[in-house]
Structure formats: structure tokens, C-alpha cells
Design a protein around this ligand. Sequence first.
Ligand SMILES: Cc1cc2nc3c(=O)[nH]c(=O)nc-3n(C[C@H](O)[C@H](O)[C@H](O)COP(=O)(O)OP(=O)(O)OC[C@H]3O[C@@H](n4cnc5c(N)ncnc54)[C@H](O)[C@@H]3O)c2cc1C
Length: 567
Amino acid sequence: MSRAHQTQVLVVGGGPVGLALAIDLAQRGIKVIVVEARHPGEKPSPKCNHVSARTMEIFRRLGVAKELRDAGLPEDYPNDVAYRTSFVGEEISRIPIPCRRDRYTATGGPDTWWPTPEPPHRINQVFLEPVIFAHAMKTPGLTILNRTRITDFKQDEEGVEASAEALDSDEKIGIRADYLVGCDGGRSIVRKKIGARLSGTDVVGRVQSTYFRAPDLLARAKAPPAWATFSLNPRRSGNVYAIDGKETFILHNYLKADETDFSSVDRDWGIRTILGVGDDFTYEILSEEDWIARRLVADKFRDRRAFICGDAAHLWVPMAGYGMNAGIADAMNLSWLLAARLHGWGGEGILDAHQAERLPITEQVSRLAMNHALSLQKEREGVHADIDLDGDAGKKARAAAGKALYDLNVKQYCCGGLNFGYYYDASPVIAYDGEAAPSYTMDTFTPSTVPGCRTPHLWLDDGRSLYDAMGAGFTLLRLDPSVDVAGLEVAAAERGVPFEILDVSSSDAGSLYPQKLVLSRPDQHVAWRGDRMPSDPFALIDLVRGSNTDRRKEANREPLHSSEVLL
Ligand SMILES: Cc1cc2nc3c(=O)[nH]c(=O)nc-3n(C[C@H](O)[C@H](O)[C@H](O)COP(=O)(O)OP(=O)(O)OC[C@H]3O[C@@H](n4cnc5c(N)ncnc54)[C@H](O)[C@@H]3O)c2cc1C
């Protein structure tokens, strides 16, 4: 038996990255087929626990943020990160993170001040994926073929021809598409087929990881519950994440450098030591989820009409909770570029932007995550022998460790820089103006309208989020309504580029938006800015739609002052 399908974009893999990509493409009017080996709505293994603010901003635009915010832990369950001598032992330190009920209103916390309409959300992937899947199923133009596996594909000038097999029958399926995107995870066949190679650090560490049910655990702890509870003691350090806020947890036992085999440490001993419980404690293992922490990045993200995103393109230790979130950022970067090309207004060069923009960021983030993992490893290895003693010696050791743990870990659990700080500084479709983007670290960032940066968020005077007011295509943010922008409007219309003008009235704009005009791309990154319309609006529109890369090469040769570029 055989059957054939035709579509514009074929997404291989319906994990969080593939589904986010497919929803965004479909919302942009592109026909998409997602091929996924799992059953419809089948839960993944319990990996990701942190959905970043930037990803939540994206989910807000895709129309699924509210449903996601309502899912996961109970609404009043603290999202804090606690450091203790063991799960039931003495608390050493705590990073306060609001529960989801208070997430939009809380103040005074290390991440409550962030300039975003959507703060981060702590939810495990087992709850997240079914919500995204249900949203995808309701999205017109999007078809999901579950229990189907892509086995091969080839490309020609006009498109991609993929072969698939139904997993519950002997049916063979052929799928013809204009483009194919591999969101097929760490073992990606698409990555292999496009000849991309992973390079970096094969092993940063090993983690014996156990998903378990223990209805009795929370009641045994002395301190209030937390979303993440880290045990630090000389015997065995590890981390426990609350999954349902009642009885299910995932526990990471960080193996030591000489424990090179997952079975070299007795699992039950590790669990009991990290929890600080004896033989009277009972728990049920739901699954064993051991993993190797790595730092691997593909050397290319594209071969002609085939691309890779998410874990297919990069794998790194999930410090700062930034694997899926980085993958969704890849997907949102690629989505509008593909849509532009398929709708006909994106030029030949527009698809080159994906790798030029995302590969450098991927390298940077992978190194930040790995370096953080190595710092934590040192922290665990250097744990003071007195840490869980009663009396003054223990108190002193805990006080010293508490401050160090807070200072080190607030960076990863409140990683504002990874959310808002990254910028694209070598793109063929951005009109740079010579000013360097502000630098960022894992936790620090400076909102900026330097081309390539995330369009800084602000609240409009009428109470709306800037992002809610912006269009799905390019939005020209006009900070002074007297500036004439008709020429840009005409150029965009003639080239078929989706373009809206938004007069920004906001008491927050001040120094955040020093120029009167900012052109924001469909992915909410700045494409251009200036105080007046460029003298050649067509040149700017052609550059940002990937049809005039020569202009940028000129601009790159000699850095120009902002007001000179393309005027
Ligand atoms: C312990 C742990 C904790 C983590 N915590 C976080 C966190 O807090 N935050 C974060 O952002 N990330 C975290 N991550 C990383 C995160 O889980 C991954 O980055 C994320 O799942 C990647 O999503 P993806 O869609 O790229 O790939 P996957 O989730 O692997 O999905 C790939 C999909 O493709 C399907 N597939 C594969 N091959 C084929 C084929 N040939 N045909 C059809 N279907 C196919 C698979 O069935 C799968 O559904 C964590 C990871 C681990 C291990």
C-alpha cells in the first residue's frame, strides 16, 4: 500500500520545536505537514521544566500562552529554587520565583522586573507538549501524521521528496514539499542527510535521572515546597524538580568524574541520599531517564531546501533550562523566512539569514550553558564537610554556601540575558548602522534598538503590550507621528511585503527608543532604525526581504553612522 502527500513545508518531528514551527508557519498562511513517530498527544519523557519568557512571548503571539500558563503545577505551588542539605534537610538558600497565580503581578523578585508581557513559566514538557499539540491540531493549514516515520529524502531544484513509513501498518508514504525542516531531535536523520556534523564537547557530565512517584515526600520536608530543590552534601548532591506539585518528581543524581557508567552508582542509594530519607520511605519509579550532558553544535543548519532546528541542530547541558527554548527561537527565526520565500516576497537571499543569525547565537549559548555546568560541578565538589552538621560549625558552613549558591544560580534560573540579550550581528537581511549591540551574559542584558536586537518591549499608554499591537509582518514603529513614512509604505506594498505602521505612544519609550523610527521584523527583531525615512526606501525594503544583499556588503565595508545608512 502507498499514499502520497504534497505540502509547502514538511516538518520532520512533532516535539516542541517542530510543533511551534508548524503552528507559526500555518498562521502565516503556509501549508504544513508534521510527521511524528509518536501517537497523537503521546507524552514525551519528562525533560524540560522551564519555558523562558521569550518562548512565552512567542506562545502569546501563537495564541497558546494562556492555556500553557494554566497548566502544570498547581497555581499556588511556589516556583522557587531551594538549596538544602537534602530534600528533607536544612535549607541553605532560596531563589524566590512567583507561583503561576502571581506571575503577572509579583514584584521584588530577581526576575519580576523583566520588560516582558510574558514572564517565564515553570512547567514540565509532559504537560506542555499536549497543550501545544492540541493547539496545532486546531490550526488551519496544519496536518499532523502521527505514528509515521520519515526514513529518507532527496532534493531537486524545485523541492524535496521524502519517504515515510506508517508505524502501525505496512503503508509507505511519499511526501513532496517545497522545503523540509528537521526538528527530529538529537538523533536527527535530517542532520545526517544534509551532511551536518556535530562538534564540541562530547561529555560534560553524566546524570542518573529518575522519574518517580512519592505521595509522602512533600510532607517530610521541613521547608516550604519549591519547584526545584537542590541537595548539597558531601555524600551525594542532586536536584529534584516537582512535576505535578503533589506526588511526582524527577531527580537528577550528578555522577562524579570517575563514575563513567550510569550503573556505577546504586540508583536507590543515590535517590535516598539526595532526598535524605531512610528505608521507611517508599517511592515508585515511573521511568529511568539517564542522560549525558554535552555541548554539541552542528556545523551547518541547511543544505539547499532542507534545514535543521532544535535538538537536531544543537545539544547541550540543560543549564538555565535552555535547550527547548533555544530550539523554539531557531524555529521562529526560520518560520518567517520560509513564509516570506513561499509567499513570493522574500528574495533569493532571505533563507541565508537563518544560519547566519542562529549559528553564532547557538555557539554562544552552548558555551554559557557548559561553563555554568562546570561552575556547578566545582560547587558540588567543593562542598564543605560541615554543611549538614548541627550547631555553629554547620550554621557557618551553610551561611557561606547559601550566598555563593544564590549568586551562582540566580544567573541560570533568572537568565535574562539568554531571554532578551542575544542579537544577530552578521545577518544579510539587517540594515546595520555601525552601533554595536550591547553585550549580554547569561543573566544580564540591555534592551536596545540596535539593528539585530530583540525589539524592546514596552507597555503602550492605552495599556496594551507593544507586541500585541504589532502586526504579524514587518511593523514600522513610529515614535513621532509627524515623520513622513509614506515612501516606505509604498515600497513595501510594491514588493508585496506585509507591513504596518504603528504609532507608539508610551511614556516608557524615552531613552529605550532614541530614534523616531524602528522597523521590527516578523520575529520581533530590529531590522532598521532611523530618524527619518531612508531616501531610497526600496533599497531598505529589498535588503530586509533578502533581495539586495549587496547593499549590506557595502554597509559592512565601512561602518556608517546610523543616520547615514540607506538615507
Ligand atoms: C534532563 C533534561 C532537562 C531539560 N530541561 C530543559 C529546560 O528546562 N528548558 C529547555 O528549554 N530545555 C530543556 N531540556 C532540553 C529539551 O528537552 C529539548 O531541547 C527539547 O525537547 C528539544 O525539542 P525538539 O523538538 O528539538 O526535539 P525532541 O523533543 O527530541 O522532539 C523530536 C521529535 O521528533 C520525532 N522524530 C524523530 N525522528 C523522527 C523521524 N524520522 N520521523 C518522525 N518523527 C521523528 C520524535 O518522536 C520526537 O517527538 C532538557 C533536557 C533534558 C535531558
